[in-house]
Design a protein around this ligand. Structure first.
Ligand SMILES: Nc1ncnc2c1ncn2[C@@H]1O[C@H](COP(=O)(O)OP(=O)(O)OP(=O)(O)O)[C@@H](O)[C@H]1O
Length: 253
């Protein structure tokens, strides 16, 4: 589904990604881990079109998506959540999801001006879909609560509902359980499984080791912008290079 081919990303003299290659298969739950500053967020930013790589390409289903705008990348079937919550804080949960879904609506100017039946139907579909998505992520009954008034863990779930509004094939989650308690992170793990059962492929960055080790099929480990290991959670836990970079400086749980 996703292929990252020899990607490098330079910021002036700083090499944030150094000839990174990685493929993610359809239906996989892939974890991207590594110490602080190893290049994980840069990688997500390159994949989702926020950065254009200095070198290399990113392909989605065989089509090159690197160098395209985040909107074009979203249209190719990728959507992301952010490490720092990125909601419209004064809007309700429902409005947050509706605004994300409506960017993919096809209404033209005339139908918007005259509020045609077609437009009203489209709006209704959008609201129905947004309610379904809130229900799916576990936020049924919270539709009318302002995003800012939701507890932190629920704001993270709302971010996922927003990302799902564009119906992506591949969902990229940047630290989905940061700041969550143990029960919330178990619920988030169940949600990720449910997403996969519903046909989504997942690529996630996370420092919470128990979460990634129990959830992911495969892990890619970055260090100083290079892939230093790839394998199942148990292979990664027994990898000498990984043990040495994490020993004594592991962040999170
Ligand atoms: N826009 C930017 N301009 C300059 N340097 C950047 C930029 N974005 C990232 N970097 C640098 O690139 C390197 C990789 O950063 P990145 O945020 O990708 O790491 P990370 O693995 O996601 O870290 P963390 O786990 O702390 O989020 C770091 O040295 C960082 O300072």
């Amino acid at each position: 589904m996703l292929a990252v081919n020899n990607v490098s990303m330079h910021f002036g003299g700083l090499v944030a990604l150094n000839e990174v290659s990685m493929t993610v298969k359809d239906g996989e739950i892939r974890g991207l881990i590594g110490p602080n500053g190893s290049g994980k967020t840069t990688m997500i930013n390159v994949i989702t079109g926020f950065y254009s790589p200095t070198k290399g390409t990113v392909e989605m289903d065989g089509q090159v998506i690197s160098g395209k705008t985040p909107n074009a990348v979203a249209k190719a079937g990728l959507c992301r959540t952010f490490q720092n919550i990125n909601l419209f804080s004064e809007m309700t949960a429902l409005e947050n999801v509706v605004t994300a879904a409506s960017t993919h609506q096809t209404a033209n100017l005339a139908s918007a001006v005259f509020k045609t039946k077609a437009l009203k139907d489209q709006e209704k579909q959008c609201y129905d879909r947004a309610r379904e998505l809130l229900d799916f992520v576990g936020l049924a009954g919270k539709e009318e609560i302002k995003a800012t008034n939701l507890p932190y863990g629920q704001q993270r779930l709302l971010e996922i509902a927003r990302a799902l509004a564009t119906d992506p094939k591949l969902l990229l989650l940047d630290e989905p359980v940061a700041g969550m308690n143990e029960q919330e992170s178990d619920e988030a793990a169940n949600l990720v499984h449910k997403l996969r059962e519903n046909g989504k492929t997942i690529l996630l960055i996370e420092h919470h080791m128990k979460f990634v080790m129990s959830l992911c099929d495969t892990l890619t480990v970055l260090n100083y912008g290079k892939v230093i290991a790839e394998g199942t959670p148990s292979e990664i836990q027994n990898n000498e290079d990984v043990i040495s970079i994490y020993l004594g400086k592991k962040r999170g749980k």
